[in-house]
Ligand binder design. Sequence first.
Ligand code: HPA
Length: 257
Amino acid sequence: MPGTSDAIELAVIGGTGLYRLAELDQAQALDGDTLYGAPSGPVRVGLLDGHRIAFLARHGEAHSLPPHKVNYRANLRRLLDLGVRRVLAVNAVGGIGADFGPRVVAVPDQLIDYTWGRVSSICEDPGTEVLHVDFGEPYTASLRAAVLAAGARAGVTLVDGGCYGATQGPRLETRAEIARMRRDGCDLVGMTGMPEAALAREMGLDYACLALVANWAAGCPEGPGQAAPEITLQEVLDNVEVASAGLPGLLRALLSR
Ligand code: HPA
């Protein structure tokens, strides 16, 4: 396998529509459990331009896990156990803000958590130290900056910033829910941004989000006379495919520094 002793420079967690990184050379599927249980599937470790990276499909490689059933702790802990220190989370999202239409790729800088009932901390078990991690900036500034710079070098247009609203799912939102999220300041809506980001912070991982806009969120774009088209899975998958086309180039540029 590709240099087992070499450090993994980056891990990518793929969301809806991104279940493999076809560009990985000499990829090996690493199975293994963690103290938090089983991750969503194997971690595929391989080389991209000679750089060792890992890939994990958040929902499982056959998309068998809905957002509220993903074992976020196990996924991140598995990456940590493999020596990962930097995680780029790829998330399919709906667009709320006018600048966040379908196929836009954004690197959000804020988030609001509307999820409930998910295991959202590593401080769950009796005897574990209670952490109150700083989360004012939920994404790692240096990794965000590196992703944005890589996008510029690779010719991948990225929107710098935006507030990600994490909803429970698996159903999509009502128009009223999205209107409330807009009033709250959300630009994007997705179902998997939390607790992943907070757990990454608790585990000391660098973590940034690459949000692929798959559809307009319910009732968007805002404006008089706008019809509210039904959101279909096919639309989501088609737009994620287009939005993720620049990912290999972006990763290559990110790793080359
Ligand atoms: N809402 C929540 N999550 C999503 C959406 C959406 O509209 N599109 C893709 N993931």
